[in-house]
Design a protein around this ligand. Structure first.
Ligand code: AMP
Length: 475
């Protein structure tokens, strides 16, 4: 299961949070379009509304009115290729002896089966095969014996993988980021409360101020009266595994992640792309929208005479080509989605810039389209290294067999997409633009070596996999 999602949690003094949660989910819609959900608590009772579809379709006025309480969480979920599965829509909510829990999860655990089997043997009944329910049951069990902070610590010592979570335990809202900080999570301040969100764009939408990122291995507990928050560094981390692809493609360009404005990172990557493999053509054009910041950085770094142009028009009503189940449909979708502006292309040499090549469908269709529109040469520049391996940590990236770079050299890919030239960005340029070393990034999809211990795959570091079975908060 590949879950690429957005999470949010809000506590205010006494204002109902259903609407601020709803606006935040709108701001995070790019992180998931399959389902949307909100769980709130008013001090007496937990309320929930989870529905398939886009945020705007999942809730009506009545739904929002029925979600009472000044504390709550929300979730948007990304479609897994081909499957529409409402058992995995979130937040996951459940009531136990130890209280009501709601959980919203972005990421992917890699030892879910072990924990599920162990809990099932102890009598826990599961309604889905998702990992979020496993976290909920484990936490509920620990809450029978421990206070909230110790219970979360114990659960963190058992689960392995990538997770940014927002959780309600009765009316308390908490946020947890996994010890490697694989997925983003940040804290914001509102006039009358605090917010936890996958991306700072959600905080901006609420007129809030970004306070800071949640640190890897940190638990943040919002005060239920909106007056502040407490933090607990539950797991110390020496080495992080931030997902570089958040900066390259997934996050909104107007979000700040790990202290970097995503738009500026993409512009820097575009500049680096020019330095590494710039070619002087009449025009430089982005693949909208994902290539825009890269193309602007690239064109700025290029000498005068290489003009930035909008040469491709995007039909914004076409969904992501990625979710089309067959290759034929994917090719058609590129044509529906992107159309060249003839005057910027005809008789010109063209460089077209995108953030990434996954299956190669977009680039091969685009090269053909640009030639049909009269381009004399078409050069392709990509703001990320070749994607050679799947993502196990929460980005729906396609399987190894579908990835064009999994078994082809750059030259073979160039031939297949029929471009005059093709260059990707180096891994070093990514680490430089992010102001970190590559050992603190998750680069699994471009190196095939993962910062986690994934069955059948190579790891790029010493990883300690927590043993399921007995584990104490003081371990
Ligand atoms: P492809 O056509 O399969 O080579 O996919 C490349 C296009 O998909 C690029 O325009 C990317 O911006 C976009 N893309 C990259 N990664 C993803 C993803 N995980 N989900 C959806 N689209 C993506």
């Amino acid at each position: 299961m590949h879950e690429k999602c957005g999470v949010v949690g809000i506590s205010t003094a006494d204002r109902d949070v259903a609407r601020p949660l709803y606006y935040s989910l709108y701001a995070l819609q790019h992180r998931g379009q399959e389902s949307a959900g909100i769980v709130t608590h008013d001090g007496f009772q937990q309320y929930e509304h989870v529905e398939m579809g886009l945020v705007g379709d999942a809730f009506d006025e009545g739904d929002l009115d029925s979600l009472n309480g000044s504390n709550g969480i929300g979730h948007v979920r990304y479609p897994t290729s081909g499957s529409v599965n409402n058992c995995c829509a979130q937040p996951f909510s459940v009531s136990f002896k130890s209280g009501s829990l709601g959980l919203a999860h972005n990421g992917n655990l890699i030892n879910t089966d072990e924990i599920r089997e162990e809990l099932a043997a102890l009598g826990h009944a599961f309604t889905s095969d998702g990992d979020t329910e496993v976290i909920a049951h484990d936490l509920a069990r620990n809450l029978l014996e421990e206070d909230l902070v110790r219970a979360v610590k114990r659960t963190m010592s058992r689960i392995h993988g990538s997770y940014s979570l927002t959780i309600t335990h009765d009316e308390t809202v908490l946020g947890v980021r996994d010890p490697q900080g694989n997925r983003p999570l940040c804290i914001g301040e509102l006039d009358d409360g605090y917010v936890l969100a996958s991306e700072s764009a959600a905080i901006d939408t609420l007129d809030g101020e970004l306070v800071r990122d949640v640190r890897p291995g940190e638990l943040v507990v919002l005060h239920d009266d909106g007056s502040g928050f407490d933090t607990y560094q539950l797991v110390e981390t020496e080495q992080t595994a931030h997902c570089f692809f958040e900066h390259v493609y997934f996050a909104r360009p107007d979000s700040v992640i790990d202290d970097e404005l995503v738009y500026e990172v993409r512009r820097d990557l575009g500049g680096a792309l020019w330095e590494e493999s710039g070619i002087e053509t009449d025009v430089v054009m982005p693949v909208p929208d994902s290539g825009r910041a890269f193309a602007s950085g690239y064109a700025d770094a290029a000498p005068e005479g290489v003009d930035f142009a909008e040469g491709l028009m995007k039909n914004r009503y076409v969904g992501r080509t990625f979710i089309m189940p067959t290759q034929d449909e994917r090719e058609r979708a590129v044509r529906l989605k992107l159309n060249p502006i003839k005057s910027t292309v005809e008789g010109k040499t063209v460089t077209v810039i995108d953030d990434s090549i996954v299956r190669g469908t977009t680039s091969s269709q685009l090269v053909e389209l640009l030639y049909e529109a009269g381009a004399e040469e078409v050069h392709v520049r990509i703001g990320a290294p070749p994607i050679v391996a799947p993502c196990y940590m929460g980005i729906d990236m396609a399987s190894r067999e579908e990835l064009i770079a999994a078994d082809k050299s750059v030259d073979e890919i160039r031939e297949e997409i029929k471009a005059d030239s093709l260059s990707y960005l180096s891994i070093g340029a990514i680490a430089d633009a992010l102001g970190t070393s590559d050992s603190n990034l998750c680069l699994g999809c471009v190196t095939g070596e993962y910062p986690y211990d994934i069955e059948g795959e190579q790891t790029d570091r010493e990883v300690e996999r927590p043993a399921v079975g007995h584990s104490s908060a003081d371990d």
